[in-house]
Design a protein around this ligand. Structure first.
Ligand SMILES: [Ca+2]
Length: 388
C-alpha cells in the first residue's frame, strides 16, 4: 500500500505574551516562528501539538472486473431440449450459473440439451440406498476385501510404483504421505488407470443432480464445479468421461475436489487428473488437507473378551480407550489414546472383527465415506509396503 505524503500542516503555538504585540507584529512573529521550526526540523515541536494531515491513501486505478474465460464448445440454444427439457430446477440452475459465474445462458441451454439421463445409474443408487439401510451383512467384509486384495491389483501396483518411483517419492517427501497409501487409493479407485470410467461426466452429474432426490443438491454442486473446472482448464464439458457418479481420472476426483485439492505435480501448467504424476500429487495433497498425520498409526486391532459388543461401530464413532476396555475390547498392542478413537467392525464370513480406527483412518474415509473402503486401502498399503 502506498501513502502519498504530499504536505505537512504544522502549527506551532508560540509562547509569546500576545497582549504585548500589535496584530501585525503578532502575525510577523508567528510567521518567523513557523519558518524557524520548519527550518530546524520538526523535532523542535516535540513538546508542542503537531497536526499532521491524514495521509492520502493512493487509490489503485479502477480496473473493470476481468471477463470470465470463454467456454469451449459451440453450444447454443434458446431453451432446453432433450432428456431434461422442461426441468424447472435445471432452468433455475442455468440462471444461477449466469448470475453467479457469468456463463452465457444460450451456451448452457445448448450444452445441457445434449445431456443424457442415465437410468442405469438411478437404478443403481436406488438399490445401493436400500443396502445401506440394511447395514453391514455377515461376510460383507470378506467379499468386499476379495475384490481389491487381489493379485491383479497388487501386481499392477508394483508395476506402477516402479514406473513412477520418482513422483511417488517426491510426494511422500513433500506431503508426508507414504507412497503405499497413494498406491492403495489408486488401486481401489481405478486399478492404476485401467478403469477410469466411460460415462460422460456431464450426463452423470445432470442425471444425479436433477433426478436423484436424496442427494440432488450435492450433485448439482458438483455440476456447478464441473462447469467451472472445464471453463478454467479450457475443456469441452461434453467430452470428459468418468465414473457413473461423475468422478474423474486415476484418483477419481469429483469436480469440487478438483477445484480445491488437485495439483499440477509435473509442472506442465495444467492440472490433469488423467496424468499419473498429477494424480499422485493430488491424492497426497488431498490426504494432507484432510488431516493426515505423518508417522501415526492407521488402525490397531482389538482383542475381544467374548462378550457381545454393545457400542455402535462406525468410522465416525468416537470412544476413549477406557470406554472400549469397559466394553471388553483391548488393543492388541499399546496405542495412543490422545485422540478420540473410532470403533471399526469388519464382518467376516465366520466372525466379526473389531479394530480401533485412528485419525489417519478417518482421513482415508474423507476420500470415500466407508469403513470397508478405507480398510481395503489400508490393507493394500500394508501389502505394497512389504513388496516395494
Ligand atoms: Ca500437470
Amino acid at each position: 500500500m502506498r501513502f502519498s505524503l504530499s504536505f505537512f500542516a504544522v502549527s506551532g503555538r508560540q509562547q509569546v505574551p500576545c497582549f504585548l504585540l500589535s496584530f501585525a507584529a503578532l502575525r510577523r512573529q508567528l510567521l518567523l516562528c513557523c519558518l524557524a521550526l520548519t527550518f530546524f526540523g520538526l523535532s523542535a515541536c516535540a513538546d508542542q501539538p503537531v497536526y499532521v494531515a491524514s495521509p492520502k491513501i493512493a487509490q489503485p486505478p479502477l480496473t473493470p472486473t476481468p471477463a470470465p474465460p470463454a467456454c469451449v464448445g459451440s453450444y447454443h440454444a434458446g431453451q432446453l431440449s432433450g432428456d431434461f427439457a422442461g426441468y424447472p430446477d435445471l432452468e433455475e440452475f442455468v440462471e444461477l450459473m449466469v448470475q453467479k459465474h457469468g456463463f452465457e445462458r444460450e451456451y448452457l441451454f445448448g450444452l445441457l440439451s445434449q445431456a443424457r439421463r442415465k437410468d442405469w445409474t438411478l437404478n443403481y443408487y436406488a438399490q445401493s440406498d436400500q443396502a445401506t439401510k440394511r447395514g453391514p451383512t455377515v461376510g460383507g467384509w470378506t467379499s468386499y476385501r476379495a475384490k481389491f486384495l487381489h493379485e491383479r491389483h497388487i501386481n499392477a501396483g508394483v508395476a506402477f510404483a516402479r514406473r513412477h518411483q520418482a513422483p511417488l517419492q517426491r510426494a511422500a517427501r513433500m506431503y508426508g504421505v507414504p507412497q503405499e497409501y497413494i498406491l492403495g487409493i489408486l488401486a481401489v479407485e481405478t486399478n492404476f488407470g485401467a478403469f477410469v470410467g466411460k460415462d460422460r461426466v456431464l450426463d452423470a452429474l445432470t442425471t444425479l443432480g436433477f433426478d436423484y432426490r436424496r442427494r440432488g443438491e450435492y450433485f448439482r454442486g458438483e455440476l456447478e464445479s464441473f462447469l467451472l473446472m472445464t471453463r478454467k482448464e479450457r475443456m469441452d464439458p461434453a467430452r470428459p468421461v468418468g465414473s457413473f457418479a461423475g468422478a474423474m481420472g486415476l484418483g477419481q476426483f469429483m469436480p469440487t475436489s478438483f477445484l480445491k485439492w488437485a495439483v499440477d505435480f509435473n509442472g506442465d501448467g495444467r492440472k490433469d487428473l488423467w496424468d499419473p504424476e498429477d494424480a499422485i500429487g493430488s491424492i497426497a495433497n488431498y490426504f494432507v488437507q484432510h488431516g493426515w498425520q505423518p508417522g501415526q498409526a492407521v488402525v490397531t486391532p482389538l482383542h475381544s473378551d467374548g462378550r457381545p459388543v454393545l457400542l455402535k461401530p462406525g468410522y465416525d464413532s468416537r470412544y476413549s480407550l477406557a470406554e472400549l476396555r469397559q466394553a471388553g475390547l483391548t488393543p492388541v498392542r499399546p496405542c495412543s489414546s490422545d485422540n478420540a478413537l473410532s470403533l471399526l467392525l469388519l464382518r467376516h464370513q465366520r466372525a466379526d472383527q473389531y479394530l480401533i480406527g485412528h485419525p489417519n483412518f478417518y482421513t482415508i474415509t474423507r476420500y470415500n465415506n466407508s469403513t470397508y473402503y478405507a480398510m481395503a486401502v489400508h490393507e493394500l498399503a500394508v501389502t505394497f509396503k512389504k513388496m516395494l
